[in-house]
Design a protein around this ligand. Sequence first.
Ligand code: GGG
Length: 352
Amino acid sequence: MKLHIAVLPGDGIGPEVVEQALNVTKAVCEKFGHSLEYQTAPVGACAIEETGLPYPDSTHKLCMRSDAVLFGAIGSPQYDNNPNATIRPEQGLLAMRKKLGLFANIRPITTFPGLIHKSPLRSDIIDGADFMCIRELTGGLYFGRPQGRSEDGNIAYDTCIYSREEIVRIVQLAYEYAMKRRKKVTMVDKANILATSRLWREITQEIASEYPEVETEFLFVDNAAMRMIQCPKSFDVVVTENMFGDILTDEGSVITGSLGMLPSASIGLHTSVFEPIHGSYPQAAGKNIANPLATILSAAMMFEYAFGLKEEALSIQTAVSESMNAGIVTEDIAGTSTKSYHTDDVGEWIVQ
Ligand code: GGG
């Protein structure tokens, strides 16, 4: 098979972790007899520096003509610490999601066997996790208008808007995934407070009736945050709106061992994007210490979701699992009790 991908390393640790994921992608293509063509383009703060825009048209055109996008991370303290900046790296991420129509962000929250440990007192907690969070990605507070400040600057506002169409397509996707898994959907909202959440709940009830084999559960987001720590095993497919999904999956990553472990696939109307859920981690940039596994696992998702190459994806997931059993891990996983390895050591081990 001929794989034609766009590579967008982005900012901070993005280039370091993407380099390792690309090396793994090349190794898998070589092992399985695929040809790989890739082109690199800027996004985020580095794109602002290069072109003045966080998601230049040339980057978008490359994404549109590629079969998949492998993306690192964006963000820079230079902008985070300047509330008056009118152009921000994150606008590149939002523009990419909107222009590529990436309405669903699929985030598997899976603990690798080598990282599962049990509480000596309670068998129901700290027992690993295996669920999938489906986060809506092109609506809600992130995109709702009006957004802004009053003239005197003392009032700021964001708008949360969802249409029936936006909710239906993602909730249906969640039920389709549940049918292939353990047949349970948990819809997370704040329907006791928010009008948008009540629309989500109403539509989910309608769609649930079309999937009688699937168990449907509704949780308020505060309760879901607690349950995710208390009994992560109770979840199968979690579907939720944009902001709740962003927050809950960072929380979920802690159960799996580190934010550096979680991959994602953003799918929608055009080319799909594969990226770690973490951001640019500027404190670690250039130090060769960041965990590359989230990006390497995103490459595995790319093989499966963009190209239907499940064996290739599994070969990466197996190597990642074995790297943990062998203790070849970066400092976020190693902690202080075991030796930690560099970003490129982990990447090279996975390639081997
Ligand atoms: N790799 C994802 C990334 O760079 N995330 C930075 C960020 O600002 N994320 C916010 C979001 O995912 O909505």
